[in-house]
Design a protein around this ligand. Structure first.
Ligand SMILES: [Zn+2]
Length: 160
């Protein structure tokens, strides 16, 4: 690993995971290695949203400013729409739709349950997407120091 740092040549092992995988696995967007969330299982509901303050691998701050993750509502909405479209297409192709029976209403009901059940995962991926929009991958994360966020406030941390 030391040789890699000195020469600056990346070995295949140093290739970062693709951004889509990094978002899905809730990895730090700067090094794509550290976990954003303390508990790996999103269905441990007491800890679903418990995040590391900084990346345990590269030190990137996860709380960029006060109320940063309010914005994850936008990505959460986008993911929920995508899940709904997917479930609608799958339902239409397998069970089918008609205006002469209640199949469309059944889909609405099934989709609502699906969204509730997936909520812990959707909330996490929404935060991961949101952070990835603001923090880009740094191939020299081992040697570069992570930026310290300027607009944080100790008393307002996790205040949402
Ligand atoms: Zn990191």
């Amino acid at each position: 690993m030391d040789a890699i740092e000195i020469t600056g040549i990346k070995s295949p092992a140093e290739k970062p995971m693709p951004v889509i995988m990094s978002i899905a696995k809730c990895k730090c967007p700067r090094c794509r290695q550290g976990n954003m969330f303390v508990d790996k299982n999103p269905y441990h509901l007491r800890h679903t949203m418990k995040m590391h303050e900084t990346c345990p691998v590269c030190g990137q701050a996860f709380n960029l400013e006060v109320g940063f993750y309010y914005g994850a509502g936008y990505s959460s909405y986008a993911i929920s729409i995508a899940v709904s479209v997917l479930s609608f297409v799958l339902y239409a192709l397998t069970i089918g739709l008609s205006i002469n029976d209640y199949r469309f209403l059944y889909w609405i009901f099934i989709n609502a349950i699906l969204l509730v059940v997936l909520q812990p995962v959707i909330m996490r991926i929404a935060r991961s997407m949101w952070l990835t929009l603001f923090v880009s991958y740094d191939s020299n994360w081992r040697s570069n120091k992570a930026d310290a966020p300027e607009r944080t406030n100790e008393t307002q941390k996790n205040n949402w």
